[in-house]
Ligand binder design. Structure first.
Ligand code: PXP
Length: 241
């Protein structure tokens, strides 16, 4: 049975928009677990644009399931991972200008670098994952590097507007899942998955985890809005008493 692992970066994005104290991704992680999430993901970016070091520390200490740390393959992030010892580290490419992660890592030709980067992390018993596009040469490189997992980037599939293009992207992902399985890699999926497009994977075997953030936080902001307004109206009404 695949697991849902919830990314709480988007809660931190709302907090940082006002440089405020709420909403707190630590509390969001707790609620996501109450809802059935089997893991919590945070992406600690080099520029700390949403999740910060305090969030990683507190979520790591309070999570009841397990913490997945998404990060770039930099020395700073490696020492944070070794200090915090999350359940899993997922390496992602990172560009300062991007709105969100735009594509998978390019591992080809950099196998040795990634292997050496992951070695101390794996030696601590931390699970390792590489975020890549469903391209055969990237999947082979991930296997050579010795990662335990790959996370296949589903963003191109999710973003495709036309059905035929979506079909092409889906087929690419399905072939990637099969190829990865043949090489002994475990497969997670993530990016752009929502309440509609996730159904495409309903009958696909051997997917370990779905990594989902934006669509869940977007839905929560609407499904929770009516009650939030009701709560404020309730307080204001008490003023007349
Ligand atoms: N996986 C990776 C590697 C990501 O960078 C992100 C975005 O933070 C996600 C999954 C989750 O994507 P989304 O927020 O679109 O669900």
């Amino acid at each position: 049975m695949p697991k849902l692992v919830v990314n709480v970066d988007h809660i931190a994005t709302i907090r940082q928009a006002r440089l405020a104290r709420e909403p707190d991704p630590v509390q969001a992680a707790f609620l996501a677990e109450l809802g059935g999430a089997e893991g919590i993901i945070v992406h600690l970016r080099e520029d700390r644009r949403h999740i910060n070091d305090r969030d990683v520390e507190l979520i790591g200490k309070t999570v009841q399931t397990n913490l997945h740390l998404e990060m770039a393959a930099t020395e700073e992030m490696q020492s944070i991972a070794l200090a915090r010892e999350p359940y899993m580290v997922c390496l992602v490419p990172e560009k300062r200008q991007e709105l969100t992660t735009e594509g998978g890592l390019n591992l080809v030709g950099q196998e040795q670098r990634f292997k050496e980067f992951l070695e101390p992390i794996q030696a601590r018993g931390i699970h390792s994952s590489l975020f890549i596009d469903a391209e055969p040469h990237q999947i082979r490189a991930a296997s050579e590097i010795g990662a335990e997992f790959i996370e296949i980037h589903t963003g191109h599939f999710a973003d495709a507007l036309r059905e035929d293009e979506r079909g092409v992207q889906l087929q690419r992902i399905l072939e990637g899942i099969t190829a990865a399985g043949e090489l002994g890699l475990k497969v997670n999926l993530g990016h752009g998955l929502n309440y509609t497009n996730i159904k495409a994977f309903a009958r696909v075997p051997s997917i370990r985890e779905y990594s989902i953030g934006h669509s869940i936080v977007a839905r929560a902001s609407l499904t929770g809005l009516e009650q939030a307004v009701r709560d404020m109206v309730g307080i204001i009404r008490t003023f007349a008493d």
